[in-house]
Design a protein around this ligand. Structure first.
Ligand code: ATP
Length: 244
């Protein structure tokens, strides 16, 4: 799909000098970042590097960050976490409808479930879904709000490798259809380079590497041309031959 060029010129998220400390320890150290509207960006970093802290700040979930710098984000923001956070006492469709408004909410909810491949499971209880299905439902719940910005914090981190690969295809498809700005937090270098057009590495409280992945989609994990990006990201993460 051709990029929506006029959208790409307008940043959806703008951070200037964003700082966050916990008990005197600085986790985010004056982050400057623009996320253009409609871009799929991945955020990599070691465990504890502050990825979730940054995502929570952008989502407006961290009041402790207020006043530490400039933070601009769109109004309609959805967040997807590693666990689906479906309410176990509500059926799947009713969970999806939590974010929906208006008289055609029911139709939108059904359509969203169809889009994520859960048609026919509307009346299931969350406990009856597999991990992958639950994450599909979580994506549907975020879609019905028609978010301008989708923040995803390791949404596939708890899934098995095959399910994860399917979910990558689904996320990319949904993104191409709806074009929200996406910030995907992940530990997985391959996930980042297969899905994202830009990969950021968070290191020592700053964006240590900002890499544009200039390859057409759909991308294959086996594409040797992605190898160069993989090497650069692993080097930025400090992973050397000895660690592999
Ligand atoms: N509410 C909090 N109170 C105290 N410390 C916190 C709080 N939230 C985060 N931290 C600390 O900030 C640091 C960064 O945490 P964060 O969860 O953002 O890292 P992360 O990169 O997302 O890690 P992971 O990949 O393991 O999820 C950690 O050292 C964590 O202990």
């Amino acid at each position: 799909m051709a990029p929506h060029t006029e959208q790409l010129t307008r940043p959806a998220v703008r951070l200037r000098g964003l700082t966050r400390s916990f008990e005197g320890r600085t986790v985010l150290d004056g982050i400057d970042l623009d996320l253009p509207a409609g871009q799929l960006t991945a955020l990599l970093g070691h465990s504890g590097s502050g990825k979730s802290t940054l995502l929570r700040a952008i989502a407006g979930l961290d009041h402790g960050v207020a006043g530490s710098g400039q933070l601009t984000a769109p109004e309609r923001v959805s967040v997807v976490f590693q666990d689906s956070r479906l309410l176990p006492w509500r059926r799947v469709l009713d969970n999806v409808l939590l974010g929906a408004e208006g008289k055609d909410a029911g139709r939108k909810g059904r359509e969203a479930l169809e889009e994520v491949g859960l048609k026919g499971r509307e009346r299931a209880w969350p406990g009856q879904l597999s991990g992958g299905e639950a994450q599909r439902a979580a994506l549907a719940r975020s879609l019905v709000t028609e978010p301008e910005l989708l923040l995803a914090d390791e949404p596939f981190g708890a899934l098995d490798a095959l399910t994860r690969i399917r979910m990558h295809g689904l996320l990319r498809e949904l993104w191409e259809r709806h074009r929200p700005s996406v910030l995907l937090v992940t530990h997985d270098v391959d996930e980042a380079i297969v899905l994202a057009d830009r990969v950021l590495v968070l290191e020592k409280g700053r964006i240590g590497l900002d890499l544009t992945i200039d390859r057409a989609h759909p991308r294959s994990y086996r594409d040797p041309l992605l190898g160069e990006y993989r090497e650069r990201l692993l080097a930025a993460l400090g992973v050397t031959e000895d660690h592999r």
